[in-house]
Design a protein around this ligand. Sequence first.
Ligand SMILES: C[S@@+](CC[C@H](N)C(=O)[O-])C[C@H]1O[C@@H](n2cnc3c(N)ncnc32)[C@H](O)[C@@H]1O
Length: 281
Amino acid sequence: MATCCRKLVFCFLAALALAARAQDEGSPPFITTPGEVVERMLAIAGTGPDDFVIDLGSGDGRIVIAAAKRFGARALGVDLDSRLVKLSRESAEREGVAGRVSFEVRDVLLTDVSRASVVTVYLLPGLLEKLKDKLFSEMRPGTRIVSHAFAFVSWRPDRVEKVHVSKPHRGQGDESTIFLWIVPAEARGAWRAFAADAGGEWRLRIHQNFQDIEVEAAAGGKDLAVREARLTGERIEWNGALDGAPFHYRGRIAGARIIGEIALGTGAKARHAPLVLERAR
Ligand SMILES: C[S@@+](CC[C@H](N)C(=O)[O-])C[C@H]1O[C@@H](n2cnc3c(N)ncnc32)[C@H](O)[C@@H]1O
């Protein structure tokens, strides 16, 4: 584990110990995400009225309540601690969003995340790592995962942002890091297409590690140099050259098809042709 991550985990655990002591004095043992960071996490995820947000380990319910109140989303919070769930429900009533949010006493590892379009977390790396495969396999392409402070070990984030907070807090001091991942579609494997007016027969092989892809392509029997291949949710694109002319391909992965278009040439003079790739057996 990198030194700075170890330091963050140490600060987090020290803050938890303090919080546990505070519990003996009557307040709940959990660390909250500061309001400015909550706001930024939901904004980075592009949260809006069409979203269903799930906060895994929802604490006092602040992320869920902000998702409904400030971003118009519907939201669910799950937490093992029944007192925090009760507190969250009361806060939602008070904030006037009880009709758009719900809270359940549940283990995050046993929570159905398939209906979320945004998942938020502020959990220790060990638990985050246990969640990774579940989130990756259960969530639809395009779903956004936003984490406060901790990142998955082997899944590169799509975006990392530091947020300075006006009032230092127990977990992360005066600076919080936010990580964003966008769940990628399954692009890996062999694909084929035929485009009479754009290269003839296309054969592709896509190698994939989460959202990172490499594309090997041939058109009309000739290998193509493909550059800048990108996969974002179900959107895929890359650049290349066909018969000496640059092209840009952009498509959407829909199960066994990539429905897209190739732009041959550049700028206003580019010629556009549909290019629909089918999974090859
Ligand atoms: C650091 S707090 C974050 C609270 C809130 N999401 C926030 O950002 O302010 C983590 C919360 O996760 C809860 N938690 C930890 N492990 C959990 C698990 N396996 N299942 C459900 N909740 C869990 C804890 O009770 C705690 O309230």
